[in-house]
Design a protein around this ligand. Structure first.
Ligand code: CAA
Length: 385
């Protein structure tokens, strides 16, 4: 794997780092406390191209590659994972799916405003009784002439409270199981669409999440994404892309926890010197460092696989799941060690370490739990389903 970053890659990484440090760092704790959606910073990120890094310029994006996306996401998440989540949903779960499976009109009407940061996008697969077993959804769309009439409830929609548009997966032929699922692009200002309560979450609190309800929502046929029955495969392919974003997010959180720990271990004194001289602390530092380096290699490898797939059309499911699994468990490990190294100060809201700890957990849950990633990796390795 060639890890020499090009000038362009260094430029986007530095731009994301500067933006995160100058614009996000000062507001992150307040947004975390209030759970408010950070509209202002998200708009600014859109203007800088961060909401559609891989989206071609003609559709409002930055026209860069997957490595650029991962590098930028890592830097944003190093400062605040809630902003990172919103960025990742807009880029991967919303724009990517429409760019790959959408019509020209869908790309112009929906990707352009989201990639440029004017509007917010979301992705809705999960339902109250359908999470890891994603094909068991109960919501439905029934065709009536030039429309589909959509009914049902979806849950855990990240960016749902703020989204203007949502890529929705719902049943058009329940008797066909996963082959009866179809994808649609829905507009949230239309009759029949309603938001439920916003979830009061442990972490990534400013990346608002809610239930959504459809009651005889009329979706024009031209807003169907792909063919009838292709929805499950679209959902899975989009999650392959999304999981690389979550790996980059987890890497950023792990690095933040690690750097805070290094600084604290050099400054904090106990038993006659800095605690970094104590073997118990050194072992934690070494374990964190090794896992972070491994996570970075796996995440960049998955990014290169996704980039190569743009030419070859090959699937990069396994690379994405490996990167997400390892990096998310690394984020949780590092955040846990960081709290322990900081001890009382790690438990205090005076420092962001406790936020890293709360934010890290979601990376082991959303876009497929660690258990689901293990299942995907093993099934692909064994060639069994
Ligand atoms: N790409 C393309 N096609 C795929 C695919 C992929 N990555 N994975 C599976 N498929 C295809 C299969 O080839 C199969 O095709 P056929 O119809 O031709 O047979 C079909 O999809 C069904 O595949 P499986 O039999 O493997 O399906 P399954 O029901 O056993 O489920 C699963 C597989 C991996 C467990 C899947 O349900 C899954 O990923 N679950 C987790 C769901 C998830 O990640 N949810 C996250 C919600 S979104 C979220 O969190 C976002 C957010 O808010 C930020």
């Amino acid at each position: 794997m060639d890890l020499q970053l090009s000038e362009e890659h260094q430029m986007i990484r530095d731009a994301a780092r500067d933006f995160a440090q100058n614009e996000i760092a000062k507001v992150a704790a307040d947004y975390d406390e209030s759970g408010e959606f950070p509209y202002e910073t998200i708009k600014k990120m859109g203007a800088l191209g961060f909401m559609g890094i891989e989206v071609p310029e003609e559709y409002g994006g930055a026209g860069m590659d997957t490595m650029a996306y991962v590098l930028a996401l890592e830097e944003i998440n190093k400062v605040d994972a809630a902003h990172g989540t919103i960025m990742s949903v807009n880029n991967s779960l919303f724009c990517y799916g429409i760019l790959h499976f959408g019509t020209e009109a869908q790309k112009r009407n929906y990707v352009t405003p989201v990639a440029s940061g004017q509007k917010v996008g979301a992705y809705s697969l999960t339902e109250p009784m359908s999470g890891s077993d994603a094909a068991t959804m109960k919501s439905s769309a029934v065709r009536e002439g030039d429309y589909y009439v959509i009914n049902g409830t979806k849950s855990w929609v990240t960016s749902g409270p703020a989204a203007h548009f949502i890529v929705l997966f719902t049943m058009t032929a329940p008797q066909l199981g996963h082959r009866g699922i179809t994808a649609f692009i829905v507009e949230t200002d239309q009759p029949g669409f309603q938001r439920g309560r916003t979830e009061d979450k442990l972490g990534i609190r400013a990346s608002a999440t809610c239930e959504i309800h459809f009651e005889d929502y009329r979706c024009p046929v031209e807003n169907r994404l792909g063919a009838e029955g292709e929805g499950f495969k679209i959902a899975m392919a989009v999650l392959d892309a999304g999981r690389i974003g979550i790996a980059a997010q987890a890497l950023g959180i792990a690095e933040a926890a690690y750097e805070a720990s290094l600084q604290y271990a050099r400054q904090r004194e106990a038993f006659g010197g800095p605690i970094g001289r104590l073997q118990g602390i050194q072992w934690k530092i070494a374990d964190m460092k090794c896992r972070i380096e491994a996570s970075r290699l796996l995440t960049y490898q998955a990014a290169l696989a996704k980039q190569a797939a743009k030419q070859s059309g090959a699937r990069y499911t396994t690379e994405a799941s490996i990167a997400k699994l390892f990096a998310s468990e690394t984020a949780m490990f590092c955040a846990h060690q960081a709290v322990q190294i900081h001890a009382g100060m790690g438990y205090s809201k005076e420092l962001p370490v406790e936020r890293y700890f709360r934010d890290a957990k979601i990376t082991e849950i959303y876009e497929g739990t660690s258990e689901i990633q293990r299942m995907v990796i093993a099934r692909n390795e064994l060639g069994l389903r």
